[in-house]
Design a binder for this molecule. Sequence first.
Ligand code: PLP
Length: 435
Amino acid sequence: MSEHANLLRRHRAVLPSWMALNYTEPIEIVGGKGSRVTDAEGNGYLDFFTGILTNMLGYDLPEVREAVERQLATGVVHTSTLYLLRGQVELAEKIARLSGIPDAKVFFANSGTEANETALLLAAYARRSDQVLAMRQSYHGRSFGTTGITGNRAWTNVSYSPLNVHFLHGADRHLPQFAGMSDEAYIDACVQDLRHVLATATGGDVAALIAEPVQGVGGFTMPPDGLFAAYKTVLDEFGILFVSDEVQTGWGRTGQSFWGIGNHGVTPDMMTFAKGLGNGFAVGGVVARGELMDSLHALGVSTFGGNPISMAAANAALDYVLDHDLQANAAKQGATIMGGLESAAGRFPIVGDVRGKGLMFAIELSDPGTGEPSPPLTAAVMEAARERGLLVGKGGLYGNVLRMAPPLNLTDAEAAEGLGILIASLDAVNGEATS
Ligand code: PLP
C-alpha cells in the first residue's frame, strides 16, 4: 500500500467522514518553499490554493519564520490577555489604521468562525435584536451562529439557529429571473427585494447584514461592484449595521482594493478577518467602530486569541504585504491569469464561466450538452491539474467551480506556469467530454 493510501486508511478510521478531502487519492503535504509544496510520495506541486487562502505568502517565508523563531526564543508562547501583549497592540494599530473605520478597535480570536461569532454578538447586543440579514450562497463558519448565517445547503446540517436570519439576493445574478439584466437593473432588483424583506419578513429592529464581498466557498461568486453601497443606503435608513466578512478577501487579495468591500466604495461598521493574516498561524479577529466594540457590558476573553506566536507571524506577514505592495502584485498576476483563461475559455465548451478579482479567480464547469453545473467535470479538471503539478481548490453551490488563490507574492514565471497547466488540464478534460 502506498504512503498516501496507508495514511488515508488510518484517517478514515479516526477522523470524521464529513471532513472533505481533495482528490480520489488524497495526498499529504510534507514540505513547502515559496509557492511550491511536496507530497509524502515525493511529488512536487505549484500551489494555487495555499491551504484555503491561508498561506498567503506561500511557504517558509524567512521574514515570518524568523519573527516566530524570535518569539519562541523568548520562552513565551502564551501569556493570555491578562497581561499586556505588545504584538496585539502593534497589529491592532495597523489593522485599525488600514480598516478605514473611524476610531476602530480590534479583537483577536483564532479563526474566521470565532471572528464572525464576535461580530454577530456585537451587532445583536448593540441593536438588542436577534435578526440578521445574510446572503444566499454565503459561508461564514461552522459554529451554530455562523452556520445559521450560511446560505449554502451543502454546509448546513440543521435549520435551527440562535439567530433569526433572512437571506438576500446579490451574488446570484445567474438565476433565470435575473437573466439579461444590466448591473444597474440587477442592483435595483436586489435593493427592492431588501426593502421588501424588511417590510414583510422582519419584525422590529434588525441587527446587521453580514456579507462576503466575494463569496469564497460559494465559488467566488460576487455582486456587481456597487451593490453593497446601494444596500448600505437602505441599511442606514434603519440603523442596521453592516459587517463585511473579509476572511477570504482581505489584505489586498482582490487587487483593486485592500479589503474586498473597498471594491464597492463603502466602509462597513465592522470587518472580520482570519485565514491569510498569520500566513498559516491561527489568527482571526474583528475590527469595528470603537464605540461598538466597547459596547458589550459583560467581560470577554479569547484564551488563545492573539497569542504571542500568532501575533509575531501576523505582524511579519502584514508588514511584508505592505512593504512589497502585494496588492499591486495580486492585480497584475490576477490579470495575467484571468486574461489567459478568458481567452482560452472559448475553445472549451465545458467552461461555463471564468470570474474573479486579483488573485482570487475561478472556473465554473458545465456539462457541454445541457449547460448544467458539472461536479464530475470539475473533479476531472482538478485531478488533471494535480497530475500536471498544480493544486487548486473546489467550491460553488454544486461543487462545480475550481477556485484558485495563489500566494500574493506569486512571480510572473509561476503565474505563467499555473496558467499553462490550467489550460492543458481543461484541454485534456474538454477533449474527453466532447469526443
Ligand atoms: N468566513 C469565510 C468567508 C470563510 O471562507 C471561512 C472559511 O472558509 C470562514 C468565515 C470560517 O473560517 P474558519 O474556517 O477559520 O473558522
